[in-house]
Ligand binder design. Structure first.
Ligand code: F0G
Length: 352
C-alpha cells in the first residue's frame, strides 16, 4: 500500500497544473468520509460527514492552499497575502513556509478564534489586524495585490484555490462509488461551494458519476446574504469563520444552487450551537461552530420536508473543533477538583 501523496499528486490528471511543477504540500486531502449513524437515524437518510478538520492545518483550506502556493512559487511571487476569518490565514501561513515565501494575513480585529490566531503566529505569518470585518479585509487584500503584483493573493478568488478544493468532491464520489443525492456545506465567501460544484460537474461530464448532487448551502442567519439575496453590511454570528456579508463567489454559488436544483438556507446561532454539540456528543466528531452550520441546515431541511428519507447525503464539516476552544467551553459549569480517591471517581461516574 502506497502512502497518500497529497491531493495534487493524487489527482494531478484532473488539475490545471503544469506537469513539471513539484507540489508544495503537507500531504493534505484524503480525509475521512465518516458514516454518521445518529444523523442517519434522525433523518432516515444515509448521512456521511466529510471530515475536513483532519487536514494538516485543521481545515479544508489546505486543499486550495497546496495549489495556490505551488502556483505562487512557480510564477515567481515574492510574498503572499490573504484576508481571513482565521482558517485561510492558518493554512496560508503553513504553506507559505513550505514554499519559502513571506506571508501576511489581514484579519478582522478581535473576531477570529483563538486556535487559528495561535496557528498563524506559530507558523510565522505577519499578522495584520484590521479595524473592519472580513469583507473590508478582502477589499484591502485585492487592492494591495493589484498595486503590488509581486504579492500573490491566496484567497478563493484565486482560481488555483478552487482547483485544489474541487478534489473533495472527487474523494467523496470515489469513496461512495457514486455522487451523493444531496451535498450540504456551510457557505461564507462561497469559494468552497463553487469548488465542490466544479468537482462534481467534472466527474459527471466525464462519465465517472451518473449524476450530481443537489447543493444545500447553509449560512449563519446573521450573515446570510445569499439567502436574503443582498449583501449584509454588518454580518454577525458566533460562527466567526462564516461572518461574511458580501461573498466574493456570489455568482458561482448561485449557479451551483440553480444548476443543481439546490437551495440556500440560514441557521440561527442557537441552531448552530445545538448542531455543534450534537455532532460532537453523538458522532464523536468535534468540529468548529461554522462547520456545524451544515448539520444544522441538514436537520432543518429534513424537518421541513426539503429532502426525502432514503437519500445519500454528505455534509462537509469544514474545520476542526480545536480551533475554537472558547466556544466549546462557554457555558460549562465550573469543574471542582476531587479527592485522590477511587470512591470519589466512582461517584463522578455515577457508579456509587
Ligand atoms: N467553514 C469554515 C470552517 C471556514 O473557515 C470557512 C471560510 C467556511 C466554512 C466557508 O467557506 O468561504 O469557501 O464559503 N473561511 C474563510 C477564512 C473565509 O478566511 O478562513 P467559503
Amino acid at each position: 500500500h502506497t502512502p497518500w501523496p497529497g491531493l495534487i499528486d493524487a489527482y494531478r490528471d484532473r488539475l490545471a497544473i503544469p506537469a513539471d511543477w513539484k507540489a508544495v504540500t503537507l500531504f493534505e486531502g484524503g480525509t475521512p468520509l465518516v458514516p454518521a449513524h445518529h444523523l442517519s437515524e434522525l433523518t432516515g437518510c444515509e448521512v456521511y460527514l466529510k471530515v475536513e478538520g483532519a487536514n494538516p492545518t485543521g481545515s479544508f483550506k489546505d486543499r486550495g492552499m497546496t495549489m495556490a502556493m505551488t502556483d505562487a512559487k512557480y510564477t515567481g511571487k515574492k510574498a503572499v497575502l490573504c484576508a481571513s476569518t482565521g482558517n485561510t490565514s492558518a493554512s496560508a501561513a503553513a504553506y507559505a513556509t513550505r514554499a519559502g515565501l513571506h506571508c501576511a494575513v489581514l484579519i478582522p480585529s478581535g473576531k477570529i478564534a483563538m486556535g487559528k490566531l495561535a496557528q498563524a503566529v506559530m507558523l510565522g505569518a505577519k499578522i495584520i489586524q484590521v479595524d473592519g470585518n472580513f469583507d473590508d479585509c478582502l477589499e484591502l487584500a485585492r487592492k494591495v495585490t493589484s498595486d503590488f503584483p509581486e504579492v500573490g493573493l491566496v484567497n478563493s478568488v484565486n482560481p488555483a484555490r478552487i482547483e485544489g478544493q474541487k478534489t473533495a468532491a472527487f474523494e467523496i464520489a470515489d469513496a461512495l462509488g457514486k455522487a451523493p443525492d444531496v451535498h450540504v456545506l456551510p457557505v461564507g465567501n462561497a469559494g468552497n461551494i463553487t469548488a465542490y460544484w466544479k468537482g462534481y460537474s467534472e466527474y459527471f461530464a466525464d462519465g465517472v458519476t451518473a449524476s450530481r448532487p443537489r447543493m444545500l448551502g447553509v449560512q449563519a442567519a446573521g450573515a446570510a446574504p445569499l439567502v436574503y439575496g443582498a449583501p449584509v453590511a454588518n454580518p454577525e454570528t458566533i460562527a466567526t469563520a462564516i461572518r461574511i456579508g458580501a461573498p466574493a463567489s456570489w455568482n458561482q454559488a448561485v449557479a451551483a444552487k440553480e444548476e443543481s436544483g439546490g437551495a440556500f438556507r440560514a441557521a440561527t446561532d442557537d441552531e448552530i450551537l445545538a448542531a455543534y454539540r450534537l455532532v460532537a456528543a453523538k458522532e464523536g466528531v468535534f468540529v468548529e461552530p461554522a462547520s456545524a452550520a451544515s448539520v444544522a441546515g441538514l436537520l432543518a431541511a429534513r424537518a421541513e420536508g426539503w429532502l426525502d428519507s432514503g437519500l445519500t447525503v454528505v455534509c462537509t464539516v469544514t474545520g476542526n473543533g480545536l480551533k475554537d476552544p472558547d466556544n466549546a467551553l462557554k457555558g460549562m459549569p465550573e469543574v471542582k477538583p476531587i479527592a485522590v480517591d477511587p470512591v470519589a471517581v466512582a461517584h463522578e461516574l455515577e457508579l456509587a
